[in-house]
Design a protein around this ligand. Structure first.
Ligand code: NAD
Length: 473
């Protein structure tokens, strides 16, 4: 089969085809047909990547941090120059709108820039007292596994701090959305990154991760994806005691209190929920509303969600594109069917659009039984559940009633209520009276089954360092 575009592996500073395996097709979420193909790494390719990362490690670690930072800053500028082309490719493969894809690449640029700018400061030695020094050192070669929902910014959040800290990286990009990884690695190459410091591979995920984690060359595993896969990778990393940073799933609540300004809350929830067709780990998925305003809230939410314009991602009028792949459509069907069979009321949506493409409309469920799968499994799609609460403790208990603990949101102006919710909600990150993605300068990490470790800011940077303690009499 011939494809219009073929994406290659980048190993030891050269782009190349895989040494044997057949390429993997990239399917358009709009046409459901192949639009490109991506090379699938063999064991030999992965060994080559490991060797290149290992050999280039010492020189990269020895390079002064400000020089490493300068390469990242240059790469961020080069990426910014080609943002329109990169966003179009991402939108074609993933299904998010051009505006969403452009926004994602802006965050990617910002992340490379932030880590480049702070490289020198975060690699500097510090004194505990006059006899004791802390010397941060690069932790070694990183195996980074990145998913298809935000394939640009989630790469940046791993790659930029790892490189700035002086680590070499073997990056597994997402096979379903390979162009983002290719654009980023091309920018680094053009910015002067030495050969072997970043190696980009694609392939059969289980084969790639098993092979890389079996190597003692790899010192750090960083992964964004589902909780079951994260647990599987931690087990594979156990033999070599690789440090693990895991950004896993979420099932984020929004608590809407009686005093909330619904004119602000409803559009804020909808805008963040339906970005990327709901396929964000920190998208809100369960809304808990004070009973006094519950009926009004459901009516406003449903009316506003009904007005969201679904369509082709490259149509500027589109507000929500298709889902990324057929697996997500099957998951939506399964979750809605299960909830309705257990007595839920379908306020809006609930069935795939009758047209070509993986289109699933905004779906709102109320009166959802507490044992429905949609309240426990990460929906990772445009489904929202809404339920009333009678007092704040009940809201906190309901909000915390999942295994996940990534993000939580609430709307209130009352200082005591704010404090009770900020203290009571079990989540790695809480946003008050707004919903927004994380910026490059702040730490972000889940608790409970949402993972551990941090990405972003100084704490994310430190994930890729060993802190050597030097004591002197
Ligand atoms: P999946 O669990 O098969 O894969 C999730 C991600 O992990 C993909 O990027 C995949 O390539 C990768 N992966 C799978 N097996 C792997 C392995 N053995 N080694 C290395 N990487 C591996 O599911 P999916 O259908 O691709 O995605 C759906 C689920 O994944 C969602 O329900 C969601 O929970 C989760 N997910 C989460 C995020 C996030 O941002 N936290 C991103 C993508 C997917």
């Amino acid at each position: 089969m011939s494809y219009t575009r073929s994406y290659q592996l980048f190993i030891n500073g050269s782009w190349r085809n895989a040494s044997g395996e057949a390429p993997i097709p990239v399917i358009s979420p709009v046409t459901e047909k192949p639009i490109a193909a991506v090379a699938s790494a063999t064991a030999q390719d992965l060994d080559d990547a490991l060797g290149a990362a290992d050999r280039s490690g010492k020189a990269w670690a020895m390079l002064p941090p400000n020089q490493r930072g300068a390469i990242l800053i240059k790469a961020s500028k080069l990426l910014a120059e080609k943002i329109d082309a990169a966003a179009k490719d991402l939108s074609d493969e993933q299904g998010k709108t051009i505006a969403e894809a452009t926004g994602e690449f802006k965050r990617t640029v910002e992340t490379f820039e932030w880590n480049g700018t702070h490289a020198e400061r975060l690699c500097a030695v510090s004194q505990i007292d006059q006899n004791r020094t802390i010397k941060p050192e690069p932790a070694g070669t990183v195996a980074a596994f990145t998913p298809w929902n935000y394939p640009a910014v989630l790469i940046a959040r791993k790659l930029a701090p790892a490189l700035a800290a002086g680590c070499t990286v073997i990056l597994k990009g997402a096979e379903e959305t390979p162009s983002a990884a290719v654009h980023i690695v091309e920018a680094l190459e053009e910015a002067g990154l030495p050969d072997g410091v970043v190696n980009l591979v694609f392939g059969v995920p289980a084969k790639v991760s098993t092979h890389l984690l079996a190597s003692p060359i790899v010192k750090i595993l960083t992964f964004t994806g589902s909780t079951p896969v994260g647990k599987h990778l931690v087990k594979a990393a156990a033999d070599n005691l690789q440090r693990c940073i895991l950004e896993l799933g979420g099932h984020s609540p929004v608590v809407v209190c009686e005093d909330a300004d619904l004119a602000t809350a409803v559009p804020a929830i909808l805008e963040y929920k339906f970005e990327c067709a709901g396929q964000s780990c920190n998208a809100p998925s369960r809304i808990l509303v004070a009973r006094a305003i519950y009926a009004d809230f459901v009516a406003r939410l449903t009316n506003a969600a009904r007005a969201i314009k679904i369509g082709a991602p490259d149509d500027p009028a589109t507000e929500m594109g298709p889902m990324a792949n057929a697996r997500r459509i099957e998951a939506m069907q399964r979750l809605v069917k299960d909830a309705v069979e257990r007595g839920a009321r379908l306020e809006l949506g609930g069935a795939r659009l009758d047209q070509e493409g993986y289109y699933w409309p905004p779906t709102i469920l109320t009166e959802v039984s507490s044992d429905a799968k949609v309240l426990h499994e990460e929906p990772f799609g445009p489904i929202l559940t809404v339920a009333p609460f009678d007092d704040i403790q009940e809201a906190i208990d309901q909000a915390n009633a999942t295994e996940y603990g990534l993000a939580a949101y609430f709307f209130t102006e009352q200082p005591e209520t704010k404090e009770a919710l900020a203290n009571g909600l079990s989540a790695g990150a809480i946003s008050v009276n707004f919903l927004k993605g994380v910026s490059a300068d702040s730490p972000y990490g889940g608790i409970k089954q949402s993972g551990y470790g941090y990405e972003g800011g100084e704490h994310g940077f430190r994930s890729f360092q060993n802190l050597k303690l030097i004591n002197e009499l």
